[in-house]
Design a protein around this ligand. Sequence first.
Ligand SMILES: [Zn+2]
Ligand SMILES: [Zn+2]
Length: 363
Amino acid sequence: MPSKDPKNLCVACKGAEPCATIRNRPLCQPCFISFADAKTARRMANYRPQRDAPPAKLLLPLSLGASSSILLNMLDKLRERQLSKNPLGAGFDLYVLVIDPSSISPQLPSVKAHFDAAKEHYPSHTYSIVPLHSIFDVDLDIKNTLGDFGFVDDESKSGADLLDSFRASISTATARADLDNLLLIRLVVAYARKYDCEAVVWGDSDSRLAAKTLANVAKGRGISLTWQIRDGPSPWGMQFCFPLRELYRSELDLYVEQTPKLQSVVVPNTQQAESLSTRDLSIDALMNQYIVTHGEKYPGVMANVVRTADKLEQDNSPTSDPECSMCSAPLQSQGSIAVHGNDTNRLCYACLRSRDDIRVSNA
Ligand SMILES: [Zn+2]
Ligand SMILES: [Zn+2]
């Protein structure tokens, strides 16, 4: 048998054929997986086992897309490693929360089989699946917030009907995606509180964080940018952590390909963004599409977008200063921005812009 040419071997272990070239380095399957796992483990340094403290409770919002499923897979492995090495036990416990997509849009397919596969493959964690409208049960301020958007409805309606009519009253794709996103974050934070978690671990990749940064600036949400992309406190008094922030979208796709266990968990991406006309897309969807089509060619530029935004100094701790009733952005620093009358002064500039796209019914 001819000996293998070392030039064609994985640069890390020098013993196997590469499965891909990652950041200009040919890596074999096991070396690629450890490269990606190590990047995530480094971001989880705050959740190592502690001598005098019980494991931190962390909430992982699982969309059953590639990124959050990979995060579950990686944190499951990290926790197993902590348990096997450390007599103190694990540094964290995971509460996995799935928001039922059929409660967001009836057109979205059921995720039941994928949810069951996640529980079966990663059985050491606590799982829940909840509808979007359960926000009325766990976030008691949400009705007042919808009132600030000029939305008043029959109080006797069910949570599901209230939410349906609120979302149906939003006339543009951008405002709908913007408000849906804020409702999802508030729902996740409310459940994190309910389960007594100290932090939320989000599955956003570097590419996704870059798309979020660009979309937020375009939507006038620059001020609230930092907590949406940076490890640390959020305005709701809950820590946010983005352990996949150093991995590119293409690397996450490869990770799923190279991890058979994940293939039954991840819901195939059926969103046919390309088939939609640009006019029907929200700013968020456009930015995602932009990152997918252009960002992959220039991953370094995307990493720079996130690193630059990450350096913005912004104290996100909750304060007693007035804040937006929807997104908790501080209202004070926006004094120069005109508000449309006294009833709107609980909303920030960006939320007011979304409010402009709501058709208030005469009912
Ligand atoms: Zn190798
Ligand atoms: Zn706001």
